[in-house]
Design a protein around this ligand. Structure first.
Ligand code: FES
Length: 103
């Protein structure tokens, strides 16, 4: 069991939006897809760009640097040049706030 980090309130992350946070140098991307919150490693697996600087389209985030795409339901890289998937973080919603687990 890792540490739970508070991200923001649910109201501050409406469906179709994403937010990047950093904890001890590690980026995490938190996204609301149709009312369900997901959290993934926030660093592109191609050349380590910050995915929160990219664009959310449907269930996919596009890295702003070389346009790799990741599916945020599965973490899979669905468009090159990235090939490796994103690591997943557990999410907890309590008292209207979003928390993510970090190792
Ligand atoms: S760093 Fe993300 S696509 Fe290259």
């Amino acid at each position: 069991m890792g540490t739970l980090i508070k991200v923001c309130s649910v109201a501050d992350l409406p469906p179709g939006s994403m937010k990047g946070i950093e904890h001890e140098g590690k980026r995490i991307l938190v996204v609301n897809l149709d009312g369900t919150i997901h959290a993934w490693d926030g660093t592109c697996t191609h050349e380590e760009y910050d995915l929160s600087m990219g664009f959310l389209t449907g269930d996919n985030v596009t890295c702003a640097l070389h346009l790799s795409q990741f599916n945020l339901l599965t973490g899979e890289a669905v468009n090159p040049p990235a090939e490796r998937p994103l690591g997943k973080h557990q999410v907890k919603v309590a008292n209207g706030d979003i928390f993510v687990e970090v190792a």
